[in-house]
Design a protein around this ligand. Sequence first.
Ligand SMILES: [Zn+2]
Ligand SMILES: [Zn+2]
Length: 284
Amino acid sequence: MKFVETHNHLTGWSPDARQTFDELEAISIERGLHGFAISDHHDLDVLTTEKNPWEVDVASYVETFYDRRRMPSKRSAGDKPGFLLSLELGWTPHNGAQLREVDEQYPFDYTIVAVHFYDGYDPYLHKDKIYTRDFNKLYTSTIDMIEQSARELSGSRIVAHYDYFSRYAPEEKSKMLYKHTPDSFDKLFRTMRDNEQILEINTGTIEALIRDKGYTLEEAMPDSDVLIRYRELGGRFLTVASDAHRVEQNGRYVKDTIAYLNSLGFEEFAWFEERELHYSRIVL
Ligand SMILES: [Zn+2]
Ligand SMILES: [Zn+2]
């Protein structure tokens, strides 16, 4: 199967990452991938007194990796997996214009739009500040923020981990469901359809729900109602991403997730090369 991992991080570029490019490439070869990408964190306006470590020096990132790219679609038999250059743009209500400029200015294969903060708070570090609201209201406002981020960064082609905030919620059954906020999901998926953006299924959430919340593998899979609605509103393609920060996270739950998505009727994965959509069929 021609599978491309679209979302990974490297040590030296993302402060929470612990794998080198060579390690990521080696494991991608071992996994028989068609391609892999790096997409380090570019989170602006993080509250810090010193230089913000979450902000990538974009010019040197591009300079370091641009020429090492290998398009998966140009691979011949026996070639190494393709290598794509991306960036994970951490959107907040204040930085849309700035991130849009980064997306337009640099020759990434594609960028990923992500929401990591709520009212300036990190859900991992400041649970007490975020998880004070009614469950449905909180999930409604996070999906609304993701919709706004997708709208403002309309050129960003992948929408990351819609269920990120469910990883850290104190509720035991925190998995995000369509029924928590149907109107907001519908609005998000319509925006994504208009912008030709692809929904990412981030297996980091699946891992967190199993490890921290006691879900079984089957229960931890993304809500089928979310995915079916995505498709009804025009979403044909998905991307499944390990979002690996360390070597051992590469491929976590990916095969199970692909089988699950296929059982719901999704038949293709997508990735982008020089901003163009490419896809291949899921083969189990
Ligand atoms: Zn992220
Ligand atoms: Zn990431």
